[in-house]
Design a protein around this ligand. Structure first.
Ligand code: 2AM
Length: 171
C-alpha cells in the first residue's frame, strides 16, 4: 500500500502486446543516434488527460468517474514527428470522432471533480524518445493500426524500473 499523499496520474490508451509489436516495428524504422533516450516498449501509450499530482484520497473518486461510456474506434498512428525540446513522437493524422468524444467525456468527468484539464488543443501522440533532435524519421513510415476498445488510469511511479503502473483498465 502506498503512503504517498499525492499520486501522479494520467488517463491513456494503453497498448496490448500485439500493438506494442507494431509500435516496435515502427520505432525500429527510425535512426536513433546514441544520445537519444528511447522509451521502453512497456512505457508506450497515448495520453488522453494528464492529471498531474492529485490527493491520494481523490483517487477512488477519479477511478469511478473515469468509467464514462464510449464507443470503440480505429486509430491510425501514421505520422512520426520531431517536436520541440527533442521529443520524438508518433501521431495520428486524423483524430477519430469517437476518440474526441472520449477525450471530451473524460474532460467533463474530471472537471466535475474540480480537476484542471489541459486548455490547449489535444494532440494525441506516443512519445518514442527524448533528447532526439538528431534522430532521423523513417522515410516510409509503417502506420500502426490500433483497434481501441479501452483506456486506462495510470500511475506515474517515479521509479525508473517500472515507470508507469496501470491502476484500472476500462473496456
Ligand atoms: P509526453 O509523453 O508528451 O511527455 C505521463 O507523463 C504522460 O503524461 C506522458 O504521456 C506525458 O506526455 C504526459 N504529460 C506529462 N506532463 C504533462 C503535462 N504537463 N501536460 C500534458 N501532458 C503531460
Amino acid at each position: 500500500m502506498s503512503l504517498a499523499r499525492t499520486q501522479r496520474l494520467f488517463l491513456a490508451l494503453w497498448p496490448s502486446d500485439s500493438l506494442r509489436g507494431q509500435l516496435q516495428a515502427h520505432a525500429d524504422q527510425w535512426h536513433w543516434p546514441s544520445g537519444c533516450v528511447r522509451y521502453a516498449p512497456d512505457d508506450w501509450h497515448v495520453t488522453l488527460h494528464f492529471l498531474g499530482n492529485v490527493a491520494a484520497d481523490q483517487v477512488n473518486a477519479i477511478e469511478t468517474s473515469a468509467a464514462v461510456p464510449f464507443e470503440p474506434f480505429a486509430l491510425v498512428l501514421d505520422q512520426p514527428a520531431l517536436w520541440r525540446h527533442g521529443l520524438a513522437v508518433l501521431c495520428p493524422t486524423v483524430i477519430p470522432k469517437r476518440m474526441s468524444a472520449l477525450h471530451g467525456s473524460l474532460g467533463l468527468a474530471l472537471q466535475r471533480l474540480d480537476l484542471a484539464v489541459e486548455a490547449r488543443p489535444y494532440r494525441p501522440h506516443v512519445t518514442l524518445a527524448r533528447q532526439a533532435d538528431e534522430a532521423t524519421l523513417p522515410p516510409a513510415p509503417m502506420p500502426v493500426q490500433w483497434q481501441v476498445s479501452g483506456f486506462a488510469l495510470v500511475l506515474s511511479t517515479g521509479d525508473t524500473a517500472q515507470r508507469y503502473r496501470v491502476l484500472r483498465h476500462y473496456r
